[in-house]
Design a binder for this molecule. Structure first.
Ligand code: 13P
Ligand code: SF4
Length: 311
């Protein structure tokens, strides 16, 4: 697409959104041209808060399906659209509600904390939801004597055990993109970029996290906290261990600094299914509407409301 075609389509999208009173929300992993046309770009927590608070009639969610579903649960009276129904999540697919019910039956009385990367059915079986942005605060809000079942991301769970000092019972799920970032990617960069700070998402494998802990040049952060950190840091160069879509946002928010992914192929194909054309078609043809059964949504909302209010 030429620059002129790109700008023309972005203007068409803004016009359609205005005409239909729709707000465009985009996750930090979206392609640059989607981020640039969105009303709000952020992490899972920030976008959930935006979805809960917006005055717009409709929300077009440029992210993956569980995020759009979360928006619908938090704002049931609004129309929620996703430009491509194929935008799934391998982590959310790693546990279903039957598996969770069976796990709960093995641990009577335990508190269930679900990462937001889960289906509505799993959220409905949960006591709390959290994102990487507030997982630590959510765990710390639960009385120390209660057993906690944490799901579905094992690496986030292991990191939470380290930072909170709590023993968690952890589901063995993973995100294929973050699990694909290997310890070698981190050590190689530490050797090659001694002047840079390393930013690691807590969904990354425990080995790379352990290494990150060993150095004062490393930070374990959610995507939005990476942006806050680099804006405030006096450092000029950063290595980034998460999905590469974040680099565009980092470059925009912290101009004059250098950001390099530790792996160029840390790309989430689900996030990248959303294109400008699909976003335009979504607004023009009012598709694909995301619905959640009201009874199920009511059960899931309590865990989500706890998530948006903590941290
Ligand atoms: P955050 O948006 O919480 O940083 O999570 C990353 C992620 O993998 C979302 O799918
Ligand atoms: Fe899911 Fe991983 Fe993609 Fe995030 S990056 S949407 S956790 S598959």
């Amino acid at each position: 697409m030429t620059t002129l075609e790109l700008t023309t389509m972005q203007e068409e999208i803004r016009g359609l959104a205005r005409g239909r009173d729709a707000v465009i929300l985009a996750h930090n992993y979206q392609v640059p041209e989607i981020q640039d046309v969105a009303d709000f770009v952020g992490d899972s927590l920030g976008l959930s808060r935006q979805a809960a608070e917006t005055d717009a009639e409709a929300i077009v969610f440029c992210g993956v399906h569980f995020m759009a579903e979360t928006a619908k649960i938090l704002s049931p009276e609004k129309t929620v659209l996703i430009p491509d129904l194929e935008a799934g999540c391998s982590l959310a697919a790693s546990i279903d509600a039957d598996q969770l019910r069976a796990w709960k039956a093995e641990h009577p009385g335990a508190v269930v904390v679900s990462y937001v990367n889960t289906t509505a059915e799993v959220k409905a079986e949960s006591d709390y939801c959290c994102t990487s942005g507030n997982a630590r605060a959510v765990i710390e809000a639960i009385p120390a004597e209660r057993e906690i079942l944490f799901l579905p991301d094992m690496y986030l769970g292991l990191w939470l055990e380290r930072v909170t000092g709590r023993k968690l019972t952890i589901w063995l799920g993973e995100c294929h993109v973050h699990a694909g970032i290997r310890p070698d990617d981190i050590t190689r960069w530490e050797r090659e970029a001694p002047d840079a700070d390393l930013l690691v998402h807590p969904e990354c494998g425990c080995a790379s996290q352990a290494m990150a802990f060993a150095s004062d040049r490393t930070q374990i952060l959610s995507t939005e906290k990476m942006i806050d950190f680099t804006k405030r840091s006096p450092k000029k160069r950063f290595l980034v261990a998460t999905e590469t879509g974040i680099i565009h946002r980092l470059q925009k928010e912290a101009p004059g600094k250098t950001f390099e992914p530790v792996r160029e192929d840390a790309v989430c194909r689900f996030m990248k299914t959303i294109t400008l054309e699909k976003l335009r078609d979504s607004l023009r043809d009012w598709k694909h509407e995301v619905d959640v059964d009201p009874a199920l949504a009511a059960k899931a909302r309590q865990a989500l409301e706890r998530m948006v209010s903590i941290g």
